[in-house]
Design a protein around this ligand. Structure first.
Ligand code: DI6
Ligand code: FE
Length: 400
């Protein structure tokens, strides 16, 4: 059977978003695109199944390259505390924040975690996302980190979305390792990572490198182990302070560094030389009422590719719409609409190492397609509440 979308406007390549083909056709078989172009050039096939798109806009499905979508419990009390003036760091230092979610997540079953995460993932899909990165990092012991990663894989199977998993065991120091930081880092690097890779549960690793997280030297231990195991690397970098995390990540040819509000000129240069993507997370910036903007102009001038993601998480990222995050990236960080669109498609694919999605919709690429009933593509960045997709396909399967 060949799926054929007709009567559409087609934006095949976010590098040239104004090149939109009117009266276009898009056809795929077994999840791989066979035709993308003017309807007049399409030759009918006997097994065509046709969908008429009423001049809706078709473009590459969006990619959310940074989420912590799996967690139990909530942090709404902390939200209220922060409204009363408490800082995120203070709450974390007194055992709240990430560790509050760790306690709830450890206590939850896989089924409970799936039940809690499914609506969040479905909300992202409803907003045009077909590929979602999901991190661990609320387990912080081997069994609970394994549980989180199994749930992430299950969410991909249940929804049909492409899920890329990330081991973020170095998200916070678990209480049982208080005073034994080195032992925890070594356990993650030398025991947990190889085991989880062998189980096919981990696609890449990440570290929260921060004053209230892990140091550059601690991250280096895990990055060395990941490099030896051929596991791609990313890092939460320069979110709250300048730590040198981006330079370290670039040294290991990381796929991406994420947040980068406090990135300096040395770090920008290092990212440019390494080809590392800078992932912007404006919803976390907004949630924390941050004031330090990422150095967008310097990143642009150095040619560092920019991606944009939701950072969906219970503490700093109650954001379930990637297009709403695109609006924030434009308004808060000064991204142009075309940069934001690229940041949620081709550059986000590169930030996840999903290279088959890094060239747009063309013959031979996966049929990851979003259909929006919008007059102009810029609306994907214009509406503050985000935009809903009319339909979303992942590998040619209708998932939302
Ligand atoms: N940086 C963040 O903003 C999130 N994790 C991280 O390393 C916050 C996660 C949380 O607060 O639960
Ligand atoms: Fe994050």
């Amino acid at each position: 059977m060949r799926q054929v979308l007709l009567d559409a406007r087609l934006l095949p390549d976010p590098r040239t978003p104004d090149l939109i083909l009117d009266d276009a056709a898009l056809a795929w078989r077994d999840g791989v695109i066979e035709f993308a172009g003017p309807r007049s050039a399409l030759r009918a096939a006997p097994d065509d199944v046709i969908t008429r798109c009423e001049r809706d806009l078709l473009l590459p499905a969006l990619i959310d390259c940074h989420t912590h979508a799996v967690w139990a419990g909530d942090r709404i009390d902390e939200f209220a505390e922060r409204q009363r003036g408490a800082s995120y760091a203070d709450i974390a230092r007194r055992g709240g924040g990430i560790l509050a979610t760790v306690r709830a997540t450890r206590a939850a079953s896989e089924a409970q975690l799936i039940e809690a995460a499914l609506p969040r993932v479905k909300a992202l899909i409803a907003g045009g996302v077909a590929t979602i990165e999901i991190k661990s990092g609320y387990g912080l012991d081997f069994a609970s980190e394994t549980k989180m990663l199994r749930v992430a894989r299950a969410l991909g199977q249940l929804t049909g979305a492409r899920v890329v998993t990330t081991l973020l065991a170095l998200h916070a120091l678990p209480p049982e390792f208080e005073g034994r930081r080195g032992a925890y880092v070594r356990a993650v690097a030398t025991e947990w990572l190889p085991l989880l890779l062998d189980q096919g549960l981990v696609d890449q690793v990440d570290v929260f490198i921060e004053s209230i997280g892990f140091s550059v030297e601690e991250a280096r231990v895990l990055f060395r182990a990941a490099e030896r195991l051929g596991c791609p690397i990313k890092a939460h970098a320069e979110q709250l302070t300048l730590t040198g995390a981006s330079a370290l990540a670039a040294e290991f040819r990381a796929l991406s560094v994420d947040h980068v509000e406090y990135l300096d000129a040395l770090g920008v240069r290092a990212l440019a030389d390494a080809g590392t993507i800078a992932v912007l997370l404006p919803s976390a910036f907004f949630a924390l009422k941050e004031t330090q903007l990422p150095p967008i102009a310097a990143l642009r001038a150095a040619g560092v590719p920019l991606a944009v993601a939701t950072d969906l998480n219970p503490g700093t990222g109650p954001q379930r719409s990637l297009t709403a995050a695109l609006n924030q990236a434009c308004v808060l960080f000064g991204l142009r609409a075309d940069e934001a669109l690229l940041g949620a498609t081709l550059n986000a694919a590169r930030a996840l190492g999903v290279h088959e999605l890094s060239e747009g919709l063309q013959v031979g690429t996966p049929a990851d397609v979003a259909r929006f009933s919008i007059a102009r593509w810029e609306e994907l960045c214009y509406w503050q509440s985000g935009v809903s997709a009319r339909a979303i396909y992942c590998r040619g399967r209708l998932i939302g």
